[in-house]
Design a protein around this ligand. Structure first.
Ligand code: ADP
Ligand code: FRU
Length: 299
């Protein structure tokens, strides 16, 4: 019998090399880190970490380079109870890597990302996965042309399995990129980041939810986190639901705040919490995350 899983996250897994500095350096400076460490990163991989910590049964799906970093990434997935049976190993390319500058003064995280050609997940790879074990599939907003087709695969699956519980589809549009527009009309639950919202010319989360709703899938729940302002969510025809942020005593590490928020929202909604409780829970958890370093201290 296959392992009982519930939430599949599709997207990037990469290596994050974190350089913790007492303050953000000036250009051309020669400075020393307070500390430096490796962390498993990538939005979908981070979503899985948080879902694992919350006691869900997450699975990760994406490509992974068959390079020397692979063992570190796989061991770390296992440490957080994330199933990686479906991931696709690719030989002959390097592991996508982010060099992150984490400032102790502000908790800001500056990300310099390199991906020297790891191929993206194909629709064929996705079609090989037994979807019947999942209640929810979350797609990171990348690899757009293929993700559009993967969502079609899930919609067809849902039509064929109307007798059983259908799979909820969520998508995150995060990066300020026009190609992500194609994903807006597709999912049941849509996360829209502040960066993408600003790129579209929206100035706050209420405006973002209201305007994006008109382009979204019928009945889609649109969710917009906005840093220290908290988050809002809404569905056409119903009232906007809001939560404030819950700042910790000191902000120490904002890397993955959005990933924490998204994972916590998915967890709460999938467990049947109300919209209002889900968004408040997600802001509380993301607030707690930015108050601690990395994921280990977050256990
Ligand atoms: P990203 O990490 O993708 O830029 P955001 O900055 O929008 O994402 O943050 C996501 C969520 O994390 C917010 O909705 C908020 O709940 C929480 N959060 C982020 N920064 C802070 C902060 N400085 N204090 C408290 N909560 C925060
Ligand atoms: C945080 C993150 C990092 C990764 C980067 C990729 O949201 O997923 O872990 O290095 O973004 O864009």
């Amino acid at each position: 019998m296959s392992e009982q899983l519930d939430i599949l996250c599709v997207g990037l897994s990469c290596l994050d090399i974190i350089n913790e500095v007492s303050y953000y350096p000036e250009e051309d400076m020669d400075c020393r880190c307070v500390a430096q460490w490796w962390q498993r990163g990538g939005n979908a991989a981070n979503n899985c970490t948080v879902l694992g910590l919350l006691g869900a049964r997450p699975a990760y799906l994406g490509t992974i380079a068959d390079s020397h970093e692979k063992r570190f990434l796989l061991d770390d997935f296992a440490k957080y109870g994330v199933n990686t049976d479906h991931l696709v190993e690719v030989g002959g390319c390097s592991c996508p890597t982010s060099c992150v500058i984490l400032s102790q003064t502000t908790g800001s995280r500056t990300i310099i990302h390199a991906n020297a050609g790891l191929p993206e997940l194909s629709v064929d790879d996705f079609s090989k996965v037994d979807l019947t074990v999942f209640d929810w599939i979350h797609f990171e907003g990348r690899n757009v042309a293929n993700v559009v087709k993967m969502i079609e695969v899930v919609r067809k699956h849902n039509q064929k399995h109307q007798d059983s519980k259908s799979i909820t589809i969520s998508v995150e549009v995060e990066k300020a990129k026009a190609e992500l527009d194609a994903l807006i009309p597709l999912p049941d639950v849509l996360f829209v980041s502040k960066d993408y919202a600003k790129f579209k010319g929206f100035s706050n989360m209420a405006e973002t939810v209201e305007k994006i709703q008109t382009q979204a899938y019928p009945g889609c729940l649109v969710i917009c986190p906005w840093g220290e302002a908290g988050a809002s969510m809404g569905r056409e025809g119903s009232e906007l639901v809001k939560s404030p942020a819950f700042p910790p005593t000191k902000v120490v590490d904002t890397l993955g705040a959005g990933d924490t928020f998204n994972a916590a929202t998915i967890f709460a909604l999938s467990r049947g919490y109300s919209h209002s409780s889900s968004i408040t829970f997600a802001c509380r958890l993301a607030g707690a995350k930015v108050g601690v370093q990395g994921w280990e201290a977050f256990r």
